[in-house]
Design a binder for this molecule. Structure first.
Ligand code: SF4
Length: 291
């Protein structure tokens, strides 16, 4: 394990700890969130461990999360099934409304700890560093400049900080309540760093990894592509049935709203398209996605 990275992660957590309240630690039940949970404990910083239930989490993940002491489980207002009918389109790679509604809510005005890592995607590399601040870009930049803070603007209109000197600490404390501010202590960790760290601290992690899964996200998540979605539905057929029922309700909701259903007659038709077995609806749905 790279002890330098571990030491620096602990230092960042201590440097940016809010004065008056605990951190809001975003805990998904995956390996990266186990790292931040252990790091927060090693750093001795106050923190609330919060898991946002999506309603399509694998049962293994739910059981694992429940086994973590002191975890707070947030239940969403809408299940994935109701959300699909309400949005009137299935979630797709281009339209991940479910993440926004089911996974990323909560912690408003709180300083968050995330397990975001550059190794996960180019987007994460481009948009994050030790601290990521999203929201009120003009005001935030002005404040940073007036406080003499060095920052980089990311492609999403947020700003990122890669240092924990006195100015950045004061700045983060000053603006976290009115923005969405995230401390990312393992931002530059590789997969190997993660597994070595968890092994060193005796964390067995989510049992799905031992079943050969490289990710432990939602069942049927479109981000994993057709092969992953089909593998999920072979393993969890009841969830597939629930999606088909949700697609049936979605089609009824579309009809009631006066929208076309194109080649989709049943929830099974939508499922076939969704997992990549029927390309016919794509142009129709692309139009829809522009809405
Ligand atoms: S299914 Fe995928 S895109 Fe939707 S909430 Fe889960 S992780 Fe996010």
């Amino acid at each position: 394990m790279d002890k330098k990275k571990e030491k620096r992660a602990i230092q960042w957590l201590r440097s940016f700890e809010p004065e008056s309240e605990p951190y809001y630690l975003c805990y998904s039940g995956g390996k990266d969130s186990d790292c931040i949970r252990i790091l927060a404990s090693l750093a001795g910083v106050k923190h609330d461990i919060v898991h946002n239930l999506t309603t399509v989490d694998a049962p293994e993940t739910f059981w694992y999360v429940q086994s973590i002491p002191d975890v707070v489980i947030n239940y969403p207002k809408l299940s994935m099934w109701r959300l699909i009918a309400e949005k009137k389109v299935p979630p797709t790679r281009r339209r991940r409304y479910c993440c926004e509604v089911l996974k990323e809510h909560g912690g408003k005005g709180r300083m968050k700890i995330t397990g975001v890592r550059w190794a996960e995607s180019d987007n994460r590399r481009k948009n994050n560093d030790a601290v990521t601040i999203v929201g009120k870009p003009a005001t935030t930049k002005k404040t940073a400049e007036s406080m003499g803070v060095e920052y980089v603007q990311n492609g999403k209109g947020g700003i990122v900080l890669n240092d924990d000197n006195a100015e950045t600490r004061r700045f983060v404390e000053h603006c976290y309540r009115t923005t969405s501010t995230m401390v990312n202590p393992i931002v530059d960790w590789t997969d190997r760093d993660v597994w070595e760290f968890l092994g060193h601290y005796g964390c067995a992690s989510n049992p799905l990894y031992q079943c050969g899964n490289s990710r432990v996200g939602c069942i049927g998540c479109p981000m994993q592509g057709s092969g992953g979605m089909k593998a999920d539905f072979a393993r969890y057929p009841k969830y597939r049935n629930n999606y088909v029922r949700a697609f049936n309700r979605m089609l009824r909701a579309r009809t009631e709203a006066g929208r076309e259903n194109g080649t989709w007659k049943t929830g099974e038709d939508v499922m076939a398209w969704w997992v990549g077995d029927d390309p016919r609806q794509i142009s129709f749905l692309d139009e829809d996605l522009e809405v």
